[in-house]
Unconditional design. Structure first.
Length: 109
């Protein structure tokens, strides 16, 4: 799944395409968890109202998590318990997640 975020200013418009690895819901809003290769491969969150979905297909093995955050996530974020460690940048969790999604050929960076 891919989303596009457009930043508009007086001088120019910038568009960024991000790979989504989690979708969750809170208070009737949909949020996308995306990997940002320009920010040390951090996972960030955008509300669906703030982005355009350019590829709606989930092309990875996913799992539904009904814990604190109910949603659909890349399997390794839940099964290997990487979600909170990647978000908080604990240890080598980002490198581990990046290694997994590279092996699955989900990203080419």
């Amino acid at each position: 799944m891919k989303i596009k975020k457009t930043y508009k200013s007086i001088l120019r418009n910038d568009e960024y395409i991000y790979d989504v690895f989690g979708i969750y819901w809170d208070n009737e809003k949909t949020y996308f968890a995306y990997l940002d290769p320009n920010d040390d491969y951090a996972i960030h969150i955008y509300c669906s109202n703030d982005v355009e979905i350019i590829d709606p297909n989930i092309n990875f093995r996913s799992v539904f998590n009904c814990g604190l955050i109910s949603g659909i996530f890349h399997w390794s974020l839940i099964e290997k318990e990487l979600w909170s460690r990647v978000i908080e940048n604990i240890g080598d969790s980002r490198k581990e997640f990046l290694s997994i999604i590279r092996k699955e050929k989900l990203v080419d960076y």
